[in-house]
Design a protein around this ligand. Structure first.
Ligand SMILES: *[C@@H]1O[C@H](CO)[C@@H](O)[C@H](O)[C@H]1NC(C)=O
Ligand SMILES: *[C@@H]1O[C@H](CO)[C@@H](O)[C@H](O)[C@H]1NC(C)=O
Ligand SMILES: *[C@@H]1O[C@H](CO)[C@@H](O)[C@H](O)[C@H]1NC(C)=O
Ligand SMILES: *[C@@H]1O[C@H](CO)[C@@H](O)[C@H](O)[C@H]1NC(C)=O
Ligand SMILES: *[C@@H]1O[C@H](CO)[C@@H](O)[C@H](O)[C@H]1NC(C)=O
Ligand SMILES: *[C@@H]1O[C@H](CO)[C@@H](O)[C@H](O)[C@H]1NC(C)=O
Ligand SMILES: *[C@@H]1O[C@H](CO)[C@@H](O)[C@H](O)[C@H]1NC(C)=O
Ligand SMILES: *[C@@H]1O[C@H](CO)[C@@H](O)[C@H](O)[C@H]1NC(C)=O
Length: 838
C-alpha cells in the first residue's frame, strides 16, 4: 500500500506543463469583466478582468488524443501563454460542448451554469447567509482573479457587499489575496484539493487544509490520513518550514484570532505567483517571470523524507542531515530496536525512565525542532514561559510545552498531552525550543551528563591510549624486524629516533622527493587525499611517482596516515595501489606510490566524455579487478583487512586501465576469527555506507561488500548513487536498479554510452544482479567476497534473487529552487565523521 502511495508522489508535476499547451480557447466576442442580472455568458464568450490579468471562460483540459468533449467553466491567467488555471466552477460535473452551456446570473442572484435545456450544471448556491438581504446586482471578475457577486454597484473592491466570491471556494491553488483556512463566523473552510490527474480537474485524493483544532497549522491529507503538516505558526513562519519565511519576493501571512484562522501570502514583486497542490500531492510554488513558468517544489514528502508525517514514530526525531534520519529524543529508547535496524522507525520510542508525577518531574530543553503534532495541544497566547512551565508541571498528563510565538524573547504557551508525534530537527537552525517532561531521576542522570561526558572522555582516551600502544608496539616490532634485517645486510644501522622509519618500506630521501615534485609546486598537485595533497613527480631515473604528503596540523590525518603506512607496507596485489616507499623529514611525512596516469575511476565513469572510453568489456574487467583486490584484503592478505572507504574515487587506474584500490587511511585489520566489530567513530563516504555501519557503527567485511555493490552498479550505470536523480522519482541508484530489476527492465540501467549486444547481455545482467545482492539490506543476505568473485566469473552460476537494498531512496535537491539549491547535498567526495552520542 505504501509502495503505491510512494509511487504516486514520484510522478513529477513537470509533466503537466505540455498539456496546458493543448487547451482550446475560443474567440472572445466582447471583452467585458462583468455580467448583470438576466444576462448570459455563452459558450464562445469570456470575461476579462479590467487589468487583463485574468480570464473566465469555458475550456477543455484534455489533450487532443483523449476525449476533448469534456468542458469546464474556469478562470486562468490571461497573460501566461501556458494555460494555468486558478479556479474551476464545475470540477466534478463537466459538460459536453454539444449541450451549448451558458453562464447566467439569474434573478435571485445565483450564478448558474445551465445547458441548452436549462438544466443546472453548477450553481453558486452557497450564498453568504448574512448577506442574503442584499440584492445581488452583477457578477464581476476582479483584477486579482476573484469572481464575485456584488450587491450594489460600487467601485471599491473591499469585500463588503460580496454576496459570493470564488476565493471562498478554492480549487487546487492559492494566489495572492486568497485565504487558506477557516472563517469561524461564517463556518467556512477554504482548502486546496488536488486534481485527479494532470488532465482531469475532478477532485483528487489530496487535500491541503487548516487544522484549526489545538494550535493551528496546515495539514496535507489523503482522506483522514495525515501525510504532512507544516507545524504551528511561530510568529515568523510555520514551525516545520523554517525556509519559508518572509523574503524579498514573498511574504507569508498568518492570522489566528477569534473570527478567522488562515494562511495567505503577499508577493512583493510583480510576478505571478501561486501555491499549487499537484495531483501527486506535492506543493509547488509556480511563478511566471521573464517569460518562464517555473515550478519549484515547496513541500514534497519524498523529496524530504522527514516531511512524512510521523516517520520516526512517537518521541522519534527526524533529521535529514543524518545518515539515518530517525533517532529518539534524549532520555528515550526505541520501542522495537530490531525494527529500527530494518529501517522501520514507526514504532517510535519510549521513556528510559517512566514519569512519576508525585516525585517532581522536570523538563529538558530541545532546540531547533519542528514541534510535535499540536492537534490536541492547549494554547494561551498571553501566558509567559514560566507560567507555561508551571501549568504543565501541575497536570500529570502534560508531556511538553513551548512558546507559542518565538518573536522577541518569546511569548504565549502551548502544552502537549500524551505522545509527541512528528518531531523534526533542523541542523541549519530554524525550528524552535521544546521543553519535554522527564522523570526526576532521568534529569539527574542527564545533569550528571557532564560528569558522564568526562567519564566517556576517559573511556575514549583510554581506547586511544590502547590504540596508541598497539601502534607503537607494531612499529617497535617492525623496527626490530627491520633492524635485524639491516644488521644482517649492512652490518650497522644509523639510529634514527623517528619510529615510523622502522617499517618494511624503502626510505626516500627528502631532497629526492622535493626535486621530483619541483619542490612541492602547486602545479604538481594532482589530487587531494584524505589527509593532504597528492603530488606528481619524476625520479631521476625517469619513473613517475605520486607523493602523498601529510599536511601539517592534521591531527586526524596523522592517525590515518600511520594507519595507511602500517597496512600498505604489508600488502601486495595487482589490484592494490603499490607503494614505493616513504619519506620522513622531521615533522614531514610522505608516502611515495607508483603514479597512476589515469587517475581515479570516478574521473571516467561519471564524466560525459571520458565515460565513452570505457566499453563494457573494460568495465567488466574493472569490476572483476576490484573484486579480486577486495578478496585479497578480506581473505588472502597476511592481515585480514576491511577497507571501510571503498568508492569510485579510491579506485585508481593504471595505463592499461587496470583498477587499483587505494587509500587505506580508514582500513582496519581483523584478528583470526573476528568477523565483525563495532566502532564509536563512523567514518566513510555517504552513498557507499551500509545501513548497519551508518546506523550502529557496526562494520564487517559485509560493509565493504555493500560498498562494492554500490560501486558495481555505478560502473554499470555511469551514475553516482549519491545525488542520483531521475525526473519523476526519488529513488537513489540502488532503488532505481532494484525497481528495474523487479520489472525485468534491468538492462535500462546500463550507461547510454555503450550498447549491450547479445554477447555481453548475460555478463551485464550478472553484474547488476551481483551488485544488487551486495547491497541487500540484511547483512546476512549479502554474499562474501569469495562468492562474489565466483558469481562474477561463472556464466553458469545460479544466482539468488536479490532482496530489498538498504538505503534505496533519499531526497535529492536537483530540481529545487535556487534558494535551497545545494543545502542538503554532501560535497562531491566529502567523507564525514559521525561521533556517537549525537
Ligand atoms: C489515498 O487513500 C486511499 C484510501 O486509503 C487509497 O486507496 C489511495 O491509494 C490513497 N491515495 C494516494 C494517492 O495515496
Ligand atoms: C456565439 O454563440 C452564439 C450562440 O451559440 C451565436 O449566436 C454567436 O453568433 C456566437 N458568437 C461568436 C462571436 O461566435
Ligand atoms: C430578469 O428576468 C425576470 C424574468 O424574465 C424578470 O422578472 C426580471 O425583472 C428580470 N430582472 C432584471 C433586473 O431585468
Ligand atoms: C442537459 O442536462 C440534462 C441533465 O443532465 C440532460 O438530461 C440533457 O440532455 C442536457 N441537455 C443537452 C442539450 O445536453
Ligand atoms: C456581509 O454584509 C455585511 C454587512 O454589509 C458585511 O459587513 C460583510 O463583510 C459581508 N460579508 C461578506 C462575506 O461579504
Ligand atoms: C516491529 O515490526 C513488526 C513486523 O513488521 C511489527 O509487527 C511490530 O508491531 C513492530 N513493533 C513496533 C513496536 O512497531
Ligand atoms: C491565558 O493566560 C492569561 C495570563 O495568565 C490569563 O489571564 C487568561 O485567563 C488565560 N486564558 C485562558 C483561556 O486560559
Ligand atoms: C490535564 O489536562 C487534560 C487535557 O487538557 C485535562 O483533560 C485534565 O483535566 C487535566 N488535569 C488536571 C488535573 O488538570
Amino acid at each position: 500500500m505504501e509502495g503505491t502511495a510512494l509511487l504516486l508522489f514520484f510522478i513529477s508535476a513537470h509533466t503537466l506543463l505540455p498539456l496546458f499547451l493543448h487547451m482550446s480557447s475560443l474567440a472572445t466576442a466582447t471583452a467585458t469583466n462583468s455580467i448583470t442580472i438576466n444576462q448570459t455568458l455563452s459558450f464562445n464568450q469570456t470575461l476579462i478582468s479590467s487589468n487583463q490579468n485574468f480570464k473566465l471562460g469555458f475550456f477543455t483540459p484534455t489533450n487532443s488524443n483523449s476525449n476533448s468533449n469534456i468542458w469546464y467553466l474556469g478562470i486562468w491567467f490571461n497573460k501566461i501563454p501556458i494555460r494555468t488555471y486558478v479556479w474551476i466552477a464545475n470540477r466534478d460535473n463537466p459538460f459536453h460542448s454539444s449541450s451549448s452551456p451558458a453562464l447566467k446570473l439569474n434573478n435571485n442572484g445565483h450564478l448558474t451554469l445551465v445547458n441548452e435545456t436549462n438544466h443546472v450544471i453548477w450553481s453558486s448556491s452557497s450564498l453568504n447567509p448574512s448577506n442574503r438581504t442584499h440584492t445581488p446586482v452583477f457578477a464581476l471578475l476582479l483584477d486579482n482573479g476573484n469572481l464575485v457577486i456584488k450587491s450594489q454597484i460600487s467601485t471599491n473592491d473591499d469585500s463588503n457587499g460580496y454576496v459570493w466570491q470564488s476565493f471562498d471556494h478554492p480549487s487546487d491553488n492559492l494566489i495572492d489575496g486568497m485565504k487558506l483556512g477557516c472563517d469561524l463566523k461564517l463556518g467556512l473552510s477554504r482548502k486546496l484539493r488536488s486534481w485527479k490527474s494532470s488532465d482531469d480537474p475532478s477532485n483528487g485524493d489530496f487535500v491541503y487544509e487548516m487544522e484549526r483544532r489545538g494550535f493551528p497549522g496546515l495539514v496535507l491529507r489523503n482522506g483522514s490520513t495525515n501525510l504532512y503538516r507544516t507545524g504551528p505558526w511561530t510568529g515568523i513562519q510555520f514551525s516545520g518550514t523554517p525556509e519559508l519565511k518572509k523574503n524579498p519576493v514573498f511574504e507569508p501571512i498568518f492570522v489566528y484570532d477569534k473570527e478567522e484562522v488562515y494562511y495567505a501570502f503577499r508577493r512583493t514583486e510583480a510576478v505571478v505567483s501561486m501555491l499549487r497542490l499537484d495531483p501527486t500531492g506535492s506543493l509547488y510554488r509556480v511563478t511566471w517571470n521573464d517569460r518562464r513558468l517555473q515550478w519549484v517544489v515547496m513541500i514534497s514528502v519524498l523529496k524530504d523524507q522527514c516531511n512524512k508525517y510521523g516517520l520516526c514514530g512517537a518521541h522519534g526525531v527526524c533529521n535529514v542531515d543524518d545518515p539515518v534520519p530517525c533517532k529518539c529524543l534524549k532520555g528515550f529508547v526505541p520501542n522495537a530496536p530490531q525494527n529500527w535496524s530494518r529501517v522501520d522507525w514507526s514504532g517510535g520510542c519510549r521513556r528510559r525512565t517512566s514519569l512519576d508525577c508525585g516525585k517532581g518531574d522536570g523538563f529538558v530543553k530541545f532546540s531547533s525542532l519542528k514541534v510535535p503534532d499540536s492537534t490536541f495541544a492547549w494554547v494561551n497566547m498571553s501566558m509567559g514561559l514560566g507560567e507555561c512551565r508551571m501549568k504543565c508541571l501541575k497536570n500529570c498528563s502534560c508531556t511538553a510545552f513551548a512558546n507559542a510565538d518565538v518573536r522577541d524573547s518569546g511569548s504565549g504557551c502551548v502544552l502537549w498531552f500524551g505522545d509527541l508525534i512528528d518531531l523534526r530537527e533542523f541542523t541549519a537552525g530554524g525550528g524552535q525550543d521544546l521543553y519535554v517532561r522527564m522523570a526526576a531521576s532521568e534529569l539527574e542522570a542527564q545533569q550528571g551528563g557532564s560528569n558522564k561526558k568526562k567519564k566517556r572522555a576517559v573511556v575514549v582516551a583510554s581506547v586511544s591510549v590502547v590504540t596508541g600502544i598497539l601502534l607503537v608496539a607494531s612499529i617497535v616490532w617492525c623496527f626490530i624486524l627491520s633492524t635485524r634485517r639491516r644488521q644482517r645486510g649492512e652490518g650497522s644501522i644509523n639510529q634514527d629516533r623517528d619510529s615510523t622509519r622502522e617499517l618494511e618500506l624503502p626510505l626516500f630521501d627528502f631532497v629526492t622527493v622535493a626535486t621530483a615534485t619541483n619542490n612541492f609546486s602547486n602545479n604538481k598537485v594532482v589530487g587531494e587525499g584524505g589527509f593532504g595533497p597528492v603530488y606528481k613527480g619524476i625520479l631521476p631515473n625517469g619513473q613517475e611517482i605520486a607523493v602523498k604528503r601529510l599536511s601539517e596540523n592534521s591531527g586526524q590525518g596523522l592517525r590515518e596516515f600511520k594507519n595507511e603506512i602500517i597496512l600498505i607496507s604489508k600488502l601486495q596485489h595487482r589490484n592494490l595501489v603499490k607503494v614505493l616507499g616513504c619519506c620522513i623529514q622531521r615533522e614531514e611525512m610522505m608516502l611515495v606510490y607508483e603514479y597512476m596516469p589515469n587517475k581515479s575511476l570516478d574521473n571516467f565513469i561519471f564524466d560525459k566524455e571520458r565515460s565513452q572510453l570505457l566499453c563494457w568489456e573494460k568495465r567488466f574487467d574493472i569490476i572483476i579487478g576490484i573484486a579480486q583486490g577486495l578478496l585479497y584484503l578480506h581473505r588472502d592478505s597476511r592481515l585480514r583487512i576491511i577497507h571501510r572507504d571503498l568508492k569510485a574515487a579510491n579506485i585508481l587506474l593504471d595505463r592499461e586501465m587496470n583498477p587499483k584500490i587505494s587509500d587505506f587511511g580508514l582500513a582496519k585489520t581483523f584478528g583470526g576469527d573476528e568477523t565483525q566489530a563495532n566502532t564509536r567513530r563512523v567514518v566513510g563516504t555517504y552513498g557507499y555506507m551500509s545501513p548497519e555501519y551508518a546506523a550502529d557503527g557496526l562494520f564487517s567485511m559485509k560493509s565493504d561488500v555493500f560498498s562494492f555493490g554500490v560501486l558495481t552498479l555505478e560502473i554499470v550505470s555511469g551514475k553516482r548513487n549519491k545525488g542520483f536523480y531521475l525526473a519523476g522519482h526519488d529513488f537513489n541508484l540502488l532503488g532505481h536498479a532494484w525497481n528495474l530489476w523487479n520489472e525485468d527492465r534491468a538492462l535500462e540501467l546500463v550507461d547510454e554510452v555503450f550498447t549491450v549486444d547479445v554477447s555481453s547481455r548475460s555478463a551485464v545482467l550478472r553484474c547488476i544482479q551481483v551488485g544488487l545482492l551486495c547491497v541487500q539490506q540484511r547483512l546476512d543476505d549479502r554474499p562474501t567476497m569469495p562468492s562474489v568473485v565466483m558469481m562474477l566469473g561463472s556464466e553458469s552460476a545460479n544466482l539468488p534473487q536479490p532482496k530489498q537494498p538498504g538505503f534505496y531512496y533519499e531526497r535529492s535537491s536537483t530540481d529545487e529552487g535556487p534558494s535551497s539549491s545545494d543545502k542538503f547535498s554532501y560535497g562531491k567526495n566529502l567523507s564525514f565523521t559521525q561521533l556517537e552520542g549525537r
